[in-house]
Design a binder for this molecule. Structure first.
Ligand SMILES: Cc1ncc(COP(=O)(O)O)c(C=O)c1O
Length: 365
C-alpha cells in the first residue's frame, strides 16, 4: 500500500470541478468528431504553441523523449557523431542521442544544476555535431555562453526544454534559442497532458517537414517510407486537454513562482535555495534546494509525512549503460549528493507550504 503522505510531492488527480468539467468537455468533443490522432485540436495546439513562442512551427509528438529523438534524427545525427549533453538530466536526454547511433559526451554542471559552459571545450572533438542544453528544474541554462560556443565551433543547438515551458532569459523563452527546442508535456510537467505528450519547436521548414515524416514511421502521405522512424504522434484527446490547460498556464506559473518566493524568504538562511538571475523568469518545475545534510533532511521530512524527491540520484554518465564511457564530471558528482526537491506545485495550499518550510527549518534548528 502507498504511504499516505501528509503532503504528497505531486497529486495528479484532477480535483477542481471546473477544470475536470472543461477537460471532460474537450474529450467529449473529440469522441464526437472521431479524428483521434492528428485531429483538429492537435493542429490547433501546434499553432497555439508555435505562436506562443513566436517560432514558425511546433510539431506535436507522443512524448518529450520522442520529441528529442525526432529532433536529433531530423538534424541527421548518426553513428560516429558526438553530442554534448549535461551530466544531470532525466535519462531520456542521453538515450535520445544514443538511439540515433551517436554518442553522448557528458559535460559537467554548475551550481545552477545546468550545463557548465566552462566545461564545453573539454567535451569538444572533431566528431562533435551538436550541444544539448537542458533547462533543468525550469531554469534556462546559460545560453549566451552556450550559443557563443556553438557558433564558434559550428555546432547545432537542440534545447531540452522539457522542464522549462514558460521560462525566460534575457527576454527569450525556453525553446527559442536553438535550431530546435524540445518539450515534454507529461503529467508531471507544469503544462501537463493527462498522459504522454511532447512537441518540437523550430523555424526551418525543411526540418518541420522531416519531423512530420519521421514521427509517423518515416512515411510521406502515410504510405511511402523514406526513412525508418517510430510512431511518435500525439493523440487528439491529449491535444484537446492541453488546449484547456494552456489557457490556465499563466495562472499556474504565477502560483509556482509565488511558492518559490515564499520558500526563498524562509529557507535561504538554512539551505542553498535556487537563485533567479535578474534577467530571467524561472518556472520551478521543481524547487530544488541544496544542503550538505541532504540525507538526514530527507529522512526528517519523510518522517514528517512530506514527500520529497531526488532528481536524479544517478547521474546520466554513471548509469550502467553509459558508465563505460568513463566520463569525468566532478562538480556534478559533488552537487548530486546535496540536491533535494521539496513539494512546490501549484495545488499546494498556503498552509501546506508553511508546514514544509517549518519542517525544513525545524531540522536545522
Ligand atoms: C529534462 C527531460 N528531458 C526529457 C524528458 C522526457 O520527457 P517524456 O517523459 O515526456 O518522455 C523529461 C521528462 O521527465 C525531462 O525532464
Amino acid at each position: 500500500m502507498k504511504t499516505p503522505w501528509k503532503i504528497p510531492f505531486l497529486d495528479l488527480a484532477v480535483r477542481d470541478d471546473a477544470e475536470r468539467n472543461a477537460l471532460l468537455g474537450a474529450v467529449d468533443r473529440v469522441l464526437q468528431h472521431g479524428r483521434l490522432v492528428i485531429g483538429p485540436e492537435h493542429d490547433q495546439l501546434e499553432t497555439r504553441l508555435a505562436d506562443h513562442h513566436q517560432r514558425a512551427f511546433a510539431v506535436g509528438c507522443g512524448s518529450g523523449s520522442q520529441a528529442l529523438y525526432l529532433a536529433f534524427r531530423a538534424l541527421g545525427l548518426q553513428a560516429g557523431d558526438e553530442v554534448i549533453v549535461p551530466a544531470l538530466s532525466y535519462i531520456a536526454t542521453a538515450n535520445a542521442v544514443a538511439l540515433t547511433g551517436a554518442t553522448p559526451v557528458f559535460c559537467d554542471i554548475g551550481d545552477d544544476l545546468n550545463m557548465d559552459p566552462n566545461d564545453l571545450a573539454r567535451c569538444l572533438s572533431p566528431k562533435t555535431k551538436a550541444v544539448v542544453p537542458v533547462h533543468f528544474t525550469g531554469k534556462i541554462a546559460p545560453m549566451a555562453a552556450i550559443c557563443a560556443f556553438a557558433k564558434d565551433h559550428k555546432l547545432r543547438i537542440i534545447e531540452d526544454a522539457s522542464q522549462a515551458f514558460g521560462a525566460k532569459q534575457a527576454g527569450r523563452a525556453a525553446g527559442t534559442f536553438g535550431d530546435l527546442g524540445c518539450f515534454s508535456m507529461n503529467p508531471m510537467k507544469v503544462l501537463a497532458a493527462c498522459g504522454e505528450a511532447g512537441f518540437v519547436l523550430g523555424d526551418d521548414e525543411a526540418l518541420q517537414e522531416r519531423l512530420i515524416t519521421l514521427r509517423y514511421n518515416g512515411t510521406v502521405n502515410r504510405e511511402t517510407c523514406v526513412a525508418p522512424g517510430p510512431n511518435g504522434r500525439l493523440d487528439t484527446v491529449q491535444a484537446a486537454m492541453l488546449l484547456v490547460r494552456l489557457d490556465r498556464f499563466e495562472q499556474l506559473a504565477e502560483r509556482r513562482r509565488g511558492i518559490a518566493a515564499y520558500y526563498h524568504d524562509r529557507l535561504a538562511p538554512y539551505v542553498t535555495v535556487p537563485r533567479e538571475a535578474a534577467d530571467s523568469t524561472d518556472i520551478y518545475y521543481t524547487y530544488t534546494i541544496q544542503t550538505d545534510r541532504r540525507d538526514a533532511l530527507l529522512a526528517h521530512l519523510t518522517q514528517a509525512g512530506i514527500e520529497c524527491k531526488i532528481q536524479h540520484p544517478i547521474l546520466m554518465p554513471h548509469q550502467p549503460y553509459y558508465a563505460p564511457l568513463n566520463s569525468s564530471v566532478p562538480h556534478a558528482d559533488s552537487v548530486i549528493k546535496k540536491v533535494l526537491c521539496i513539494p512546490a506545485n501549484e495545488k499546494l495550499t498556503d498552509a501546506q507550504i508553511e508546514i514544509v518550510a517549518d519542517a525544513v527549518i525545524a531540522f536545522f534548528q
